[in-house]
Write a protein that binds this ligand. Structure first.
Ligand code: FES
Length: 297
């Protein structure tokens, strides 16, 4: 039996012998971690300096409000590698969990990742239940304890064929990362060719009424989101005023939403806080129409 057959047989037989509680955790945690990896891999800004969602920008914001801020500051110079590592690790943990390859190791990896993300980004979040990473850490720990307590779990997997099976999961994780890069979910931010007042952001004709774009405001040095309405143009910093994650615009709800702790801002009412832990509006960024261009004001 080759390694692929061994993996698929192991996944099916483990599923058949598992109770509903570990099954539920396995599917939810495995699929969620694959989705988390895909969300980063398909984000064209995640590994690109100057983009609103650049991992380095997020780490710098986290460092200012984290009990392990001193560690985050140390790895800032290697932010791109950290981003790649997190992406591949999320894919690997998710795939291994679903396929039942080294399940306890994968669960421990998921637990470690969740604890690290919790310490980095949401340790001081109040109320604490808004910090999703802490809930994931608890779920991974509960799943791990269920696995350890289950005598039918194939502990021998750690010794036999484990190298090949783990290598296949690693290869799948890397392939998924490349697939995400090849299928970006949006386009990168627009960048001005000049800097400061009057710097051209985008041609008015390229930004229809009702549309938005991400751009980097050169004068204020921040990633920002530009809106065009019938009344003209306006823009806000994309940095959440809670703990510095990058907000994105959801056209379905017409709100700017922070992925970290779910703060929502209304861009059509001065970016005031609609819900969530943030307490003040997003910073305004000055733009105007000048001739055929939208420019920095
Ligand atoms: S960083 Fe917490 S809601 Fe945005």
């Amino acid at each position: 039996m080759n390694a692929l057959q061994s993996i698929s047989r192991g996944a099916m037989s483990s599923w058949a012998t598992q109770n509903r509680a570990p099954r539920l955790l396995r599917v939810f945690l495995g699929a969620t971690f694959i989705y988390a990896g895909w969300d980063k891999a398909s984000d064209p800004g995640f590994l690109t300096q100057g983009e609103p969602t650049y991992i380095g920008t997020q780490l710098a914001a986290f460092a200012a409000n984290s009990p392990i801020g001193f560690l985050l500051n140390r790895i800032l110079d290697h932010a791109t590698y950290v981003g790649i590592l997190v992406m591949v690790a999320e894919f690997a943990v998710g795939i291994a969990t679903l396929l039942w390859v080294a399940p306890a190791t994968a669960a421990f990896g998921g637990f470690l990742l969740s604890v690290t993300l919790w310490l980095s980004s949401s340790f001081y979040t109040t109320p604490y239940f808004l910090a999703g990473d802490s809930a994931y850490a608890v779920m991974w720990l509960a799943y791990l304890l269920l696995l350890i307590g289950n005598r039918r779990m194939p502990a021998t997997n750690f010794q036999r064929r484990s190298v090949l099976r783990t290598a296949i999961v690693g290869a799948l994780a890397v392939a998924a990362t490349f697939a995400g890069k090849a299928l970006p979910k949006g386009s990168a931010s627009v960048k001005s060719s000049t800097k400061g007042k009057g710097a051209q952001i985008i041609k008015v004709a390229e930004l229809p009424v009702g549309k938005t774009i991400n751009f980097v405001h050169s004068a204020q040095g921040v990633p920002a989101i530009l809106f065009r309405t019938k009344a003209g143009v306006f823009a806000y910093s994309a940095i959440c005023t809670h703990e510095g994650c990058s907000v994105t615009y959801k056209s379905s709800s017409k709100k700017l939403i922070c992925p970290c702790h779910a703060a929502q801002f209304d861009p059509f009412a001065g970016a005031k806080v609609v819900s969530g832990p943030a307490e003040r509006p997003l910073d305004k960024v000055k733009v105007k129409i000048s001739g055929a261009w939208v420019v920095e004001a």
